[in-house]
Design a protein around this ligand. Structure first.
Ligand SMILES: *[C@@H]1O[C@H](CO)[C@@H](O)[C@H](O)[C@H]1NC(C)=O
Ligand SMILES: *[C@@H]1O[C@H](CO)[C@@H](O)[C@H](O)[C@H]1NC(C)=O
Ligand SMILES: *[C@@H]1O[C@H](CO)[C@@H](O)[C@H](O)[C@H]1NC(C)=O
Ligand SMILES: *[C@@H]1O[C@H](CO)[C@@H](O)[C@H](O)[C@H]1NC(C)=O
Ligand SMILES: *[C@@H]1O[C@H](CO)[C@@H](O)[C@H](O)[C@H]1NC(C)=O
Length: 459
């Protein structure tokens, strides 16, 4: 039985998104798993599994307030007539812990589909998932059947797993944009969790949003003033008609990357001050320099980092002629940007899983914590069944405990043996006569001398 359970767990961990657990006829109809998409609002419990009974919204579109739940955790709502956020908010207000939104027309689930925020998603804290109309209608059929029969055996009970990729070392990509205020909010919120995790194996990469004008040339020609390195790296003009340029943005992106690389703790303070004090792109350079000086960051270190990031395309050494160079920092960021699959800005990618849901410092921390094979103890609150990892993670302590217990048992055993022996000797000695004692002693001496001789021989 345990073996079967174990197999089920492994499959569920790797594969499972939504799995129907009851009733068995529904399991037969849907197969072992149902693919789901997530939303970019709400708090998504990465690495956790939710289990619950399923209700059907009435009316099905869930656009008006819903009846409070009478014990069920999940509710099914059909797409259409209002935004996803409205539906999920109604589900949340009715006391549900998860909303299952079904498509309202037959279409396969695309891997990059995300239920989008309508701008009011910040007030949502329950997660929501999206499934195809086909799956939705099958589940709906069974939920309605249960409503009629009211027999517990027919109640629909499902498991939803919010997957992460687990590794020993966690890779985190923070995808930001220099002139995007939300990027600074996320960095500000994440600071305390960065501090908590600073001794753990987390590999952070900053990724500032830039583009290569070659890719967009077919649409329009971007002004040279928004680019560096002969249009190899460009950023959108931040203020249209104003004097600020994409080049200001790019230069600031290089500087922020360098600060993070060399002074990671001060980076967070820098970002906080920059957000409040530097609003005009054309003044980023002087404004940023002032903050660097005030924070006591060694500016020459940052200047050196920037200068050395420009490379000669032929020998890959530090470039002398900037006109004909590439930038190692930006080149790396461009490459990652293509691969990261991030949606919108800012965004976060943990072990190549794009963070979905409302982007908060705590949310990012939760996803990082759950992406460790063995989460560190600072993650205790974020990880389901944390105690399991504690036993595995502190394996050495566990071993010491075993050795300690075994030693104590041996000590007790020896003590008992000693007392038994003592008792035995006392009992015996009463019967032993002086003659016998003398005989024993002389025998012992003989034996001892013999042993002594043997010892000498062996040399
Ligand atoms: C959407 O609204 C229309 C018109 O009010 C209604 O007929 C339809 O049933 C609604 N859709 C759902 C899924 O409830
Ligand atoms: C709520 O559930 C209880 C039992 O679980 C049932 O007795 C009661 O009738 C239900 N109430 C409604 C309004 O369905
Ligand atoms: C850290 O992550 C980046 C981006 O994912 C990757 O290029 C780099 O090799 C990683 N470094 C380490 C030491 O794993
Ligand atoms: C951009 O296009 C030009 C001409 O097609 C090419 O020489 C150059 O290498 C391209 N740059 C990048 C970064 O792809
Ligand atoms: C770099 O290009 C600018 C104009 O784009 C030019 O004025 C300058 O002389 C060039 N510098 C070198 C070292 O070629």
């Amino acid at each position: 039985m345990q073996f079967i359970l174990l197999i089920f767990c492994i499959v569920a961990l790797v594969d499972c998104k939504l799995k129907v657990l009851r009733p068995s006829q529904l399991v037969d109809r849907l197969g072992s798993k149902v693919n789901i998409a997530l939303a970019n609002f709400g708090e998504i419990p990465f690495g956790h599994r939710y289990m619950g009974n399923v209700d059907m919204a009435y009316p099905n579109d869930g656009c008006d307030s819903l009846m409070p739940t009478n014990g069920s955790q999940f509710i099914m709502i059909e797409r259409g007539n209002c935004t996803f956020v409205t539906k999920v908010r109604n589900a949340q207000n009715a006391g549900y812990t998860l909303a299952i939104i079904g498509n309202n027309y037959d279409y396969p689930l695309e891997s990059d589909f995300v239920m989008a925020d309508d701008g009011h998603g910040y007030a949502i804290n329950i997660p929501s998932i999206f499934i195809t109309s086909q799956d939705f209608n099958v589940i709906k059929e069974f939920v309605l059947k249960y409503q009629v029969s009211n027999s517990l055996e027919e109640q629909v009970f499902v498991l939803v797993k919010f997957d992460v990729k687990k590794r020993d070392d966690v890779d985190v990509i923070l995808h930001l944009e220099v002139s995007n205020r939300d990027s600074y909010r996320v960095i500000d919120e994440f600071q305390e969790y960065y501090d908590l995790l600073k001794n753990e194996k987390v590999n952070y990469t900053l990724l500032y949003s830039i583009f290569n004008s070659n890719n967009t040339q077919s649409d329009y020609s971007i002004d040279e003033s928004n680019c560096i390195c002969q249009r190899r790296y460009c950023a959108m003009d931040p203020d249209g008609e104003g004097i600020g340029t994409g080049r200001n943005i790019i230069e600031e992106a290089i500087r922020q990357t360098c600060i993070f690389k060399h002074f990671p703790l001060q980076y967070f303070q820098y970002m906080n001050k920059f957000n409040f004090e530097c609003s005009k792109a054309q003044a980023y350079s002087t404004c940023g320099s002032k903050i660097i000086t005030n924070l006591g960051i060694q500016d020459d270190e940052i200047v050196k980092c920037r200068d050395e990031s420009f490379k000669d395309p032929f020998n890959h050494k530090t470039a002398t002629n900037l006109n004909n160079s590439y930038n190692a920092i930006l080149e790396h960021q461009l490459l990652l940007q293509e691969k990261s699959g991030a949606i919108g800005l800012p965004s976060v990618v943990v072990n190549s899983v794009v963070y979905k849901g409302q982007l908060t410092g705590k949310g990012i921390f939760g996803e990082i914590c759950n992406s460790f094979n063995l989460p560190p103890s600072v993650c205790r609150e974020e990880v389901e069944n944390y105690y399991k990892f504690e036993i595995n993670g502190d394996g050495d302590n566990y071993l010491f405990l075993i050795i300690f217990i075994v030693s104590i048992l041996i000590a007790i055993f020896m003590l008992v043996l000693y007392f038994l022996f003592k008792k035995f000797v006392q009992k015996d000695s009463v019967q032993v006569t002086q003659v016998q004692v003398n005989e024993m002693i002389s025998q012992y001496i003989k034996f001892y001398e013999g042993k002594e001789q043997k010892k000498q021989n062996s040399f």
